[in-house]
Design a protein around this ligand. Structure first.
Ligand SMILES: Cc1cc2nc3c(=O)[nH]c(=O)nc-3n(C[C@H](O)[C@H](O)[C@H](O)COP(=O)(O)OP(=O)(O)OC[C@H]3O[C@@H](n4cnc5c(N)ncnc54)[C@H](O)[C@@H]3O)c2cc1C
Ligand code: SF4
Ligand code: SF4
Length: 483
């Protein structure tokens, strides 16, 4: 039975390059790569060679015969992407010609021109920075200095990824390896703009690569959003992951109901953590201070409220499967799915999502604490006195209003980059203005990651993104263009 990509996929495409028969898609050259919810293995061409398993940094690929029951849905998900049913895919015979040669890994072209030692500064040490450093360090003449404002490296892979997503956090082992390279220096607790200026970096290094991420939340534009008891999911994530900026963002968990506005993967993360078994969390990297507060939690229900219907759910299918088949207790009110149907949905991933939500709506309301996934709810106002007490929703597309009592409201409607002093900013996208990583009208300065393309994709998406920027940076060094 063929190999299967499961939920921990972070999209770095290492498996794509390892696969000798090109059966993992979308590849970075295909248009869907940046927006796909995961990568999929074609069961009809997989020859079960196992090369992808060892290439995957987060253990996301499993031979079909070793799939645990909770991951079994992924057989169907991978097969459906190629138009097969599960029955088809289990019948695919293991092919015998697996000793095909591995695709040759392209070596980067060595720099021919430019300075004898090329000095590159990278601002930030998140995934995009570390993938860029990895790519740059393939050049023996390049030296990299990373400037990181925090006392711990690796950005959101440490301070964003949920503590119970242990396999995804394994990507930090890869970054640790990059950090051990003899030609890289990482300066922690060094903020560019506070401890050193961008101009100083430009005069000291041949090129500066800004990889500072998109650190702010989009604000929720409704009355009452500034009441105490309303906070961003980002602040809560930072708090439970021990991010120093959010040490004082302690949520009030004396309330029985929490509302999360927005239903992306981050919304699911916070809902899962707020309803998780505290003893299970104790075995993760979660902040000890957060664990102590969670132990005293009175929360019985977390409502994750989305403005649109289930077919537009922002969370990805692998995250929903992880939630539904994992330890979380999840429920969907059948009324929220009124009229929802998989008929006419062409995309098999979206159809699978709607069908799983329908399955969840047929269950009894689970024991507390549980998560309710709500749909078609537009927040109109957050009401209260000295603090938030309830959220007023309008049913999307109608005037019918409902009120949900909640003492804690978390907003999770997306991230946004902030302007970098001295660099051009595109206000519409919230990114530093650039063309394929070259900052507009600023020779020798480059961007990568969320500040380059906006807050989209997975950790591994930053690998392809940084590959593009580094290729242009090296081409400019070769051509004699540098800061
Ligand atoms: C809450 C959350 C959970 C996520 N979970 C997952 C997941 O489970 N799986 C997955 O695949 N993806 C996940 N993602 C997405 C993933 O984290 C991002 O794709 C990735 O981190 C973006 O990388 P980046 O390098 O652009 O930014 P970041 O990771 O934000 O790194 C930016 C770094 O720059 C530093 N910095 C900023 N300004 C300065 C300055 N002036 N001077 C010095 N240093 C500076 C910051 O401290 C930070 O370390 C999650 C994202 C969030 C927000
Ligand atoms: S097992 Fe081999 S053939 Fe199958 S997807 Fe992985 S690398 Fe490709
Ligand atoms: S994490 Fe990377 S190597 Fe693993 S399955 Fe996803 S894209 Fe492939």
């Amino acid at each position: 039975m063929p190999h299967v990509v499961t939920q921990a996929c972070c999209g770095d495409a290492s498996c794509v390059y390892a696969c000798p028969v090109n059966c993992i898609h979308p590849t970075p050259d295909e248009p869907d790569f940046g927006i796909a919810e995961m990568l999929y293995i074609d069961p009809s061409t997989c020859v079960d060679c196992g090369a992808c398993v060892s290439a995957c940094p987060v253990g996301a690929i499993v031979p079909g015969h070793r799939l645990e029951e909770k991951a079994a849905r992924f057989v169907d998900v991978n097969a459906a992407h190629y138009g097969y049913t599960q029955q088809d895919s289990v019948r695919f015979p293991v092919q015998q010609d697996w000793r095909l040669p591995l695709a040759p890994i392209e070596k980067p072209k060595a720099l021919q021109n430019g300075p004898a030692i090329v000095d590159v500064a990278i601002v930030g040490s998140g995934p995009s920075a570390m993938y860029a450093a990895d790519e740059l360090l393939k050049q023996p003449r390049v030296r990299v200095t990373v400037y990181e404002r925090l006392t711990m490296p690796f950005g959101l892979s440490r301070f964003g990824v949920a503590p119970d997503h242990k396999s995804t956090r394994l990507v930090m082992d890869l970054f640790d390896e990059v950090a051990r390279h003899p030609n890289i220096t990482i300066l922690l607790n060094t903020e560019v703009g506070r401890d050193v200026t961008l101009d100083e970096l430009r005069s000291k290094h041949h090129a500066v690569l800004w990889a500072g991420g998109a650190p702010t939340d989009k604000p929720l534009p409704v009355p009452g959003a500034d009441l105490p008891g309303v906070q961003s999911a980002t602040a809560l994530v930072g708090w439970y992951n021990g991010h120093p900026d959010f040490a004082s963002a302690v949520p009030d968990l004396s309330t029985e109901r929490v509302v999360v506005i927005g239903n992306g993967n981050v919304a699911l993360d916070v809902a899962r953590i707020l309803t998780a078994d505290v003893e299970a969390l104790a075995a993760t990297d979660i902040s000890r201070a957060a664990l102590a507060v969670l132990r005293e939690s009175k929360v019985k229900e977390v409502v994750v409220a989305a403005r649109r219907g289930p077919e537009h759910a922002a969370f990805t299918l692998p995250e929903l499967i992880g939630l539904a088949d994992g330890k979380a207790r999840v429920w969907v009110d059948p009324a929220d799915l009124d009229g929802a149907s998989v008929d006419g949905i062409d995309d098999p991933t979206i159809a699978a999502k709607v069908s799983l939500l329908q399955e969840l709506s047929q269950n009894e309301k689970p024991a507390e604490p549980f998560i309710r996934l709500a749909f078609g709810q537009t927040p109109v106002a957050i009401e209260g006195d000295s603090r938030a007490r309830r959220v007023r929703f309008a049913q999307t597309g109608s005037d019918t209003e409902t009120v949900v009592e909640a003492g804690l409201v978390l907003t999770s409607i997306g991230y946004r980059g902030v302007p970098v002093p001295g660099l051009p900013f595109d206000d519409e996208t919230g990114t530093v203005a650039n063309v394929a990583g070259r900052v507009t009208d600023t020779p020798g300065v480059y961007v990568t990651g969320w500040i380059k393309r906006g807050p989209s994709g997975f950790i591994g998406t930053n690998k392809t993104d940084s590959g593009e920027t580094v290729a242009n940076l090296l081409a400019d060094i070769e051509a004699g263009v540098h800061a």
